[in-house]
Design a protein around this ligand. Structure first.
Ligand code: PEP
Ligand code: MG
Length: 591
């Protein structure tokens, strides 16, 4: 990586949503075809520009063929035919000749020449009345995006001749939806920065579980950065630094070293039980969105998976949605999490996790709309496909099942009836499953808290989804950074809701966990111990820190503190009391 000394360092402040430091070349993701820099080249560069185009075309061809093969083997040849059309577009000689002519005669960079030719085709296709031809504009755009992306990573880029490292990059975008994130190459993305977003948006959650430093709510990002700029992401402090100077980089070395030494201290805690200092057990499991995370989760010593969010797998590719494919995926998780097991949550589509086929018309308030169990109960056939797939996986490990977004007792009873039907369907086909599979309800809506005693009689456990419980209790949209300061996990009303839920669970003889992001917040650990929470399902990167924090806490002292919280009227006063305990018992973990 060549850092340009002449460029000035620029700092942007946002909200850090996933801790860690990442440095690398930026890649700006545009929703539409993004116009590259309008660069003029020296005549001596014409041949090397042409060579870059050839390389990018070869790389694009390979990627398209790979995709075609993947889709053809999973979905059949007819579905992969679209990629033949993409190959034809890629190799269209009239387009390529025109691109080369512009570079040769007008001395424009090959990116700009390619962009300008393709953009003209797209614009004229979009004006045609015939919907079929209009649709082709999408295909051309798709191919062009790939070519331009490959051009960015082939050899030099731009007039300064800077060499970009292939494979490592920091993604900069206006926004990343969960489905955008699903389709990124997760092995190559080292950091995220987006203009909008908040700590509990699903993109932020995914960044944390993939251990990718991320910063959101950076309003000026589009103007400040270009693809290829060197960028530093400081996920601890919510900072994004463009063109960091050598002295800035040296300062960050110290933070990276400190983080390494904490990790070293945590190492012996892997594969230990999680016990308070007075030996009260709390199960510490991990949240996952993708099965690729399983190895990391086990590495961190998680006691199983406390929340498998199945919608990301489901949304990533349509052809994965068959009962067999879902069952295979869940089976892998069940086998990998032995002996502790996994809690598989049925689909929680809706809110910020939209499925394009199901949401043709946008809803006025997606977070208050057709989401989670509401959607599942309205599509019982599809719901039972997933229930049968989960049940089938239960024959291969310890599988628990839970329903998201429960707001009424009838919904929970309806979901249980569908589960009974799904069991009956498997029995009549002679397919084995765990007859005693445990079933839980997510408590993430205030109406569910208020009827928790009734809900508890229907299930084996509760899992509190604080991400939503905070948003619905405080009327603060979890993805709206404008009101992010009002999204307060320490709000006394939120703590009260959690207290009610845990007490109702225990009154009815069932256990209660927390699987929202607040479970991972080590500043809240004294509250969870004091309230008597039985399980915490956390982001893998926070697991050992949570284990250390809990091991230093005594449940009676924590209980005294949480009793005093009843008198608090503000988040600040609740936070202060919990922070005091954290600073006293595990100061080294407070950055
Ligand atoms: C939650 O709401 O806290 C939760 C765990 O579910 P999700 O973040 O997927 O809505
Ligand atoms: Mg939720």
């Amino acid at each position: 990586m060549i850092l340009s000394e002449s460029k000035t360092e620029t700092r942007l402040q946002g909200i850090g949503v996933s801790p860690g430091i990442a440095i690398g070349p930026a890649e700006r993701l545009g929703r539409t075809l993004e116009e590259p820099e309008h660069l003029t080249i020296d005549r001596s560069r014409i041949e090397s520009e042409k060579a870059r185009l050839s390389l990018a075309l070869v790389a694009t061809r390979e990627q398209i063929l790979e995709l075609q093969q993947e889709i053809s083997s999973s979905e059949g040849e007819s579905h992969s035919a679209i990629f033949d059309a993409h190959l034809l577009i890629l190799e269209d000689s009239s387009v390529l000749n025109e691109v080369l002519r512009i570079t040769e005669t007008q001395l424009r960079s090959i990116e700009w020449a390619y962009y300008s030719v393709v953009k003209r085709y797209i614009d004229s296709l979009r004006k045609i009345a015939d919907p079929y031809l209009r649709e082709r504009a999408v295909d051309i755009e798709d191919v062009a995006k790939r070519v331009l992306k490959n051009l960015r990573y082939s050899g030099t880029n731009g007039e300064d001749g800077r060499v970009l490292q292939p494979g490592t990059r920091i993604i900069l975008a206006h926004d990343l939806t969960p489905s955008d994130t699903v389709s990124l190459d997760r092995t190559k993305v080292h950091g995220f920065a987006t203009e909008i977003g908040s700590p509990t948006s699903h993109t932020a959650i995914m960044a944390r579980s993939l251990n990718i430093p991320a910063v959101v709510a950076l309003h000026e990002i589009s103007e400040a950065f270009s693809s290829g700029d060197i960028v530093l992401i400081d996920g601890y402090h919510g900072l994004v630094i463009l063109n960091p100077t050598p002295s800035t980089l040296a300062g960050y070395e110290t933070i990276i070293e400190r983080e390494k030494s904490i990790l070293h201290e945590l190492e012996p805690l892997k594969h230990q039980e999680t016990l308070t200092s007075d030996r009260k057990k709390i199960v510490l499991s991990a949240n996952i969105e993708f099965i690729e995370e399983l190895a990391g989760v086990a590495e961190q010593g998680a006691e199983g998976v406390g929340l498998y969010r199945t919608e990301f797998f489901y949304l990533s590719r349509k052809e994965l949605r068959s009962e067999t494919n879902q069952a295979l995926n869940y089976r892998k998780v069940a086998e990998a999490t032995r002996p502790h097991g996994v809690i598989i949550r049925t689909l929680d589509i809706g809110g910020d996790k939209l499925c394009p086929e199901l949401f043709e018309n946008p809803e006025p308030n997606p977070f208050l709309g057709w989401r989670g169990i509401r959607l599942s109960l309205d599509q019982p056939e599809d719901f039972r496909i997933q229930l049968r797939a989960i049940l089938r996986a239960s024959a291969h490990g310890k599988v628990r099942l839970m329903f998201p977004f429960i707001s009424t007792l009838e919904e929970l009873q309806g979901a249980r009836s569908q589960l009974e039907l799904a069991k009956e369907e498997l029995r009549s086909s002679g397919i084995p499953f765990d007859e005693k599979i445990e079933v839980g309800a997510m408590i993430e809506i205030p109406s569910a808290v208020m009827i928790a005693d009734h809900l508890a009689k229907e299930v084996d456990f509760f899992s509190i989804g604080t991400n939503d419980l905070i948003q619905y209790t405080t009327a603060v949209d979890r993805v709206n950074d404008r009101v992010a300061h009002l999204y307060q996990p320490f709000h006394p009303s939120v703590i009260g809701m959690i207290r009610e839920t845990v007490d109702a669970a225990h009154r009815n003889g069932i256990w209660c966990g927390i699987c929202g992001e607040a479970a991972s917040d080590i500043l809240m650990a004294p509250i969870w111990v004091g309230l008597g929470v039985d399980e915490l399902s956390v982001g893998a990167s926070q697991l050992l820190k949570a284990r250390l924090a809990i091991s230093r806490l005594d449940s009676a002292t924590c209980r005294k503190m949480t009793d005093k919280l009843r008198d608090c009227g503000t988040s600040t006063s609740v936070r202060k009391q919990s922070l005091e305990m954290a600073e006293k018992f595990y100061p080294e973990l407070i950055l």
